[in-house]
Design a protein around this ligand. Sequence first.
Ligand code: ERO
Length: 309
Amino acid sequence: MVNLSTTIAGVTFPSCFMNAAGALCVTREELEALGKSGAGAIVTKSMTIEARRGNPEPRYHGFVGGSINSMGLPNLGYKAYAELIPQLKRFGKPVIASVAGLGEDDFPAIAELINAADPDLIEVNLSCPNIPGKPQIGYDPEASERLLKRVRPKITVPMGVKLPPYFDPAHHDVMGAVLRRCGVDFLNLINSVGNGLVVDPEREAVVIKPKGGFGGVGGRIIKPVALANVRAFYKFFEGTMPIIGTGGIVEGVDAFEHFLCGASAVQVGTVLVEEGLDVFGRLEAETSAVLSRKGYQSIQECRGRLKEL
Ligand code: ERO
């Protein structure tokens, strides 16, 4: 087996595979199960100030090729996660606290209190697509900069940002400059592709209830969008920014593609929800086989080495 351990912003992960925030990571039981699993880290559900039930069901739908969700931030509230973090750290792998909020003032408040619980890293989620009436902050560079400049001084562990997908190089450049000015330590690319619509032609209906059926699309079909964003930011920062690649990883070769584009670690959402915790063992074995067949001894060796024609 090739060694699949990796490093993000100076923190060592025993395996490069972990859950994406939101996937099987809301409750204490789910987080402890991640601790006992083959995952290389425990990532919490994005947290808000108050506990939330989330949007009405059905709010997740898997289909061939991917998933659509509009969970609406169901979570235990930051206090519960702050209490859990010391226990979760005993599993001997990094704990990443994902911070969200319903307004700009929430983010610095949560960041300060969750930072005090000493997670290994904090991920600031600027890309939740599913709160009715609240646009994704990551699509507003000025709001993103304002918010990150307020959050940055509250955080002493490595601070990352989870971004929505961008679809034009001009947007990568604008956001890249914002991230540089804000002192971000790592990126997580990408959140789900927001506000997609899946239609069931037999029922002539949408498949999830919130927002008239609109929701974040994940899974296999978003891989090219995820890879493009990993690649664009890898190049913007000339390889110096640690990147967690998220989006479209179903098999080991998908993770390899993320590494070639510039990711140092990867997260799985849809495939974890569909397949359960055993997915980590399968992905490790498959990725190890791909790297070994290609003659690579580690992720670092192939990171960013995508050839252009
Ligand atoms: O609806 C959600 O809770 C949600 N779904 C996503 O696909 N991405 C998110 O970032 C998110 C909430 C923060």
